[in-house]
Design a protein. Structure first.
Length: 134
């Protein structure tokens, strides 16, 4: 028995495959999903998503979004997502610096602050995973 995981961003279908299990970064904490999981919709925070299949685990970094589990299908709709092997550490460090600067200079526009914080969380998650996997 397996799950089917699909991860979709506004730009692309990042992942679409059968898997054994997945751990998602839900807003309320990490949530592990195995075949036969009850139906659920969960809000995602930027962070590491761990996919297990055939005894191997791979990591993807996802931005904020939503996860839906229905039957044995897990659908992730995220602002952004990237496989750990595609992370460009130098580019991410530059993105962090730009986001921090923009955040420090941001007006009190709540929407803009929230957008910049989301970018910062996504970039920080990428750096954390990349540096941990060295």
């Amino acid at each position: 028995m397996s799950l089917h995981l699909e991860i979709v961003t506004p730009e692309d279908r990042v992942y679409d495959s059968a898997i054994d299990s997945v751990v998602i970064p839900a807003a309320t904490g990490e949530m592990g999903i195995l075949p036969g999981h009850i139906p659920v919709v969960a809000q995602l925070e930027a962070g590491e998503l761990q996919v297990s299949n055939n005894g191997k685990t791979e990591s993807l970094i996802v931005g904020r979004g939503f996860a839906r589990v229905e039957g044995d299908v897990v659908s992730i709709l995220a602002e952004s997502a990237i496989h750990e092997e595609h992370i460009d550490e130098k580019a991410v460090e530059e993105a962090v610096a730009r986001a921090e600067k923009a955040l420090a200079e941001a007006p009190s526009d709540h929407g803009e602050v929230e957008r910049l914080e989301g970018i910062l969380r996504f970039a920080t998650a990428q750096l954390t995973i990349r540096r941990r996997k060295r």
